[in-house]
Each structure stands twice: as C-alpha cells, then as structure tokens.
Design a protein around this ligand. Structure first.
Ligand code: SF4
Ligand code: SF4
Length: 375
C-alpha cells in the first residue's frame, strides 16, 4: 500500500483512505454490518490505515460501527478521523459536549484527525462566536484530539478566508479532474501548498459519476490499458498531486474496494499520455454542460423561492454524466418541491443580476422538462 507522509505532523498514512459514509446497506436501510466489517478488515489488512467517518454518516450509525470494528486492531496502528457537526454548535459548551458524545460513540479515548465539518463562509461567524477553535485546542492539549483540520464545501474565496484563519494541521477538500474550477479547485489546492496545509481529498470519483462513462470515453481510457477502470484513472489523477496525502473513497462494495486497493498497492502517478486522455475526457464531459451557471448566487433570492443555482447544477450534471443516478439525491431530496424550477413565475428579476447573461426563465423550463421526464 502506497504511503504518504504528512511532513509537518510526522504522520505516515495510506494514500487510500476509507470513507465510511457509503457502507453496503440492508433492505431496511441499516448498515449491512457483516459486509461492512469484511470490507474494513480487508482494507486494514491490505495496509489502509486512515478511516474517515463523521457524526451524521449513516444517520449517526457510522461512528459506532466503525469504532466497534476498529477495536479489533491495535489503537496506534491506524488513524481515525471524524468531524464536528458545526451546524449543531449554538454555544461554546456544545463543542466539548458533542466531541465527548463522539468519543463514546466511537468507543475511543482520542481522535487522530478531527475536522470542523463542511465549513463555509456562513458558518465562520458561529465558529468565532462559539470559540470552536479554542475548545478544540484545549482538547488537543488534553490529548483527545491529535490533529485539527476542516472539511470544506463553498467557493474558492471562502476557502482562502478559512485556510488563512488558523494554522490548520490539515484540510479536506472535494477535488477531482472535473472539479478543478469548483469549490476549492486548482486554486485552492495551490494555496494549500503555499500555506503548507496537507490535503485529504474527498469525492475523487465525484460520488461515482467518474466511474461510469459512455462508450466513447471508455474507449479512450482502454486505449492505454484495457484493464484499467475509469475509477483508477480518477484516483490516480488526484493522487498525482504531491500535497495530497490521503485520497478518501466512500467504498460500498468489495469489488469497488478491491479495485481501489489494486490502484494504490502498486501506485503509479499518471504519465504524460494518461494526462492527455484525462484532459480529453474532461473536455468531452464539459462540452455536455447546458449553460454557464457558476453558482455565484447573484440571482438569489428568487421571490418564488426557486433555488436557481441548484436547479442548474442538477440539470448540468444530469447531461454531463448522462445519468439520472448522478443527480437523484440532489433533484429528489436536496432541492425540495418548493425550490424546483416549476415554481418560476417568470418575473424576470433574476436575469438582471446574472453576470453570465443566462436566459434563466427559458433554461428553468428546460430543467423542469428534462428532469421530470427522467424521474
Ligand atoms: S424569473 Fe423565475 S426564477 Fe427568476 S426571480 Fe422570477 S420567479 Fe424567480
Ligand atoms: S446569477 Fe447566473 S451564474 Fe450566478 S447562480 Fe444565478 S444563474 Fe447561475
């Protein structure tokens, strides 16, 4: 198993990390514990030593399950990462109370990598008001947290602000060959190098979207190596960045996990030809995007409560990956009925503020038509 060193922490972690948010499930929606335990055990035995969970994963069941399985192994033989649900922090005392609850759930005395979960510009004020960092520093002094970082989903500008706020031990960002201009993106990655913040990457396969492709794209990938899967290309693209120390994959089947283990047991950075293939694939995927929405949000709020950027994201992703599965959660759950495109009353207010000049009203009609037919 390929290892990377977090130089400033003196930590050597497996380049493949186990993301514990997509375990196999039973029919009743609970974790299939037998299958999950087999995966965690096999990964550990193959050299994976970084396990990443969080308070809300699997409706709160991931932490206790992962903690229980990891109790089979020596505590200092792996790194356990979990995250503070900052959205539940309303006052200073909440930080310690939630953290202690997490230790109990995990059945552990300490957490190696502790992250402030899904930080964004909006949550920054609460972070300061509730003295979140100060409490975490105290927990570090007590030996209950080894390293403090944050995970992130927002614009590059917010990333820069947060990255410069504190001398973080590490950070976790969404990064893959399609998200080079999205969220932290390439600019954010470059900033981590400048600030010497080691990076853990999530969504390297973009929630599975980069694992399944059309025949045209598969042919390109196979031209180099008929046995290499699209996922292995996506993982190797991320892992070819030297400041990336761990690549998390939310593995949900043994087959997927074994493919990932094979990629990282004999890890090779991308060569020039493989980089070119990925560039070509990315440009094919990007050519399927329907409009130029950058999710800047200048068109919001909409008086009819339409979530314009989220509707466009679902629509663009649907066409890009040619898969309803890629947007099912976004369209059916995250965008509530009241925020869907169909609620637009065509007042035209939003179009006056769109820097991309998008014909928002016309495009929202197409969103609703395309995604209704599909769902
Ligand atoms: S045109 Fe439609 S989407 Fe735009 S602000 Fe008016 S109601 Fe909202
Ligand atoms: S203003 Fe335009 S680019 Fe920005 S979120 Fe709205 S539609 Fe997208």
């Amino acid at each position: 198993m390929e290892k990377r060193t977090f130089e400033k922490l003196g930590v050597s972690a497996s380049l493949l990390g186990f993301g514990c948010m997509r375990f196999p499930m039973q029919g009743d929606g609970e974790i299939d514990e037998a299958a999950g335990e087999q995966m965690l055990t096999e990964a550990y035995e193959a050299g994976v030593n970084y396990f990443d969970t969080a308070y809300p994963y699997h409706n709160g069941k991931s932490e206790p399950f992962v903690g229980k399985v990891l109790n089979k192994f020596k505590r200092d033989s792996y790194y356990l990462a979990t995250k503070l649900p900052v959205w539940f922090v309303k006052k200073e005392e909440d930080v310690r109370r939630i953290f202690e609850e997490q230790l109990q759930r995990l059945d552990k005395d300490y957490v190696d990598f502790y992250l402030l979960h899904a930080l964004n510009a909006e949550r920054l004020a609460d972070l300061v008001d509730c003295k979140v960092i100060e409490t975490c520093e105290q927990l570090k002094k007590e030996g209950k947290i080894k390293y403090l970082g944050f995970s992130f989903h927002d614009s590059y500008e917010a990333f820069e602000k947060i990255a410069k706020l504190y001398p973080w031990d590490f950070c976790q960002i969404q990064y893959n060959y399609m998200d080079t201009d999205f969220q932290a993106g390439d600019k954010g990655y470059a900033l981590t190098e400048e600030l010497d913040i080691p990076v853990v990457v999530m969504e390297p396969i973009r929630g599975g979207s980069l694992a399944n492709h059309s025949k045209e794209i598969l042919t390109k990938f196979r031209s180099q190596n008929p046995d290499a899967t699209p996922s292995s290309y996506a993982l190797r693209w991320v892992a070819s960045h030297p400041n990336v120390k761990v690549v998390l994959s939310g593995m949900s089947s043994l087959a997927q996990m074994r493919d990932n283990l094979a990629t990282f047991s004999d890890f090779k950075p991308l060569n020039e030809q493989e980089r070119e293939i990925i560039d070509e694939v990315a440009s094919i995927l990007k050519s399927r995007v329907q409009n130029a929405c950058t999710a800047c949000g200048y068109c919001m709020p909409c008086p009819a409560k339409v979530n314009i950027p989220m509707n466009f994201k679902a629509w663009n992703d649907y066409h890009t990956y040619q898969s309803y599965g890629a947007i099912k959660f976004l369209w059916e759950v995250a965008i509530g009925e009241e925020s869907k495109a169909k609620n637009c009353v065509e007042c035209g207010k939003c179009e006056k503020s769109c820097p991309q000049g998008i014909a928002i009203r016309a495009d929202l009609k197409r969103v609703q038509e395309d995604l209704t037919v599909t769902s």
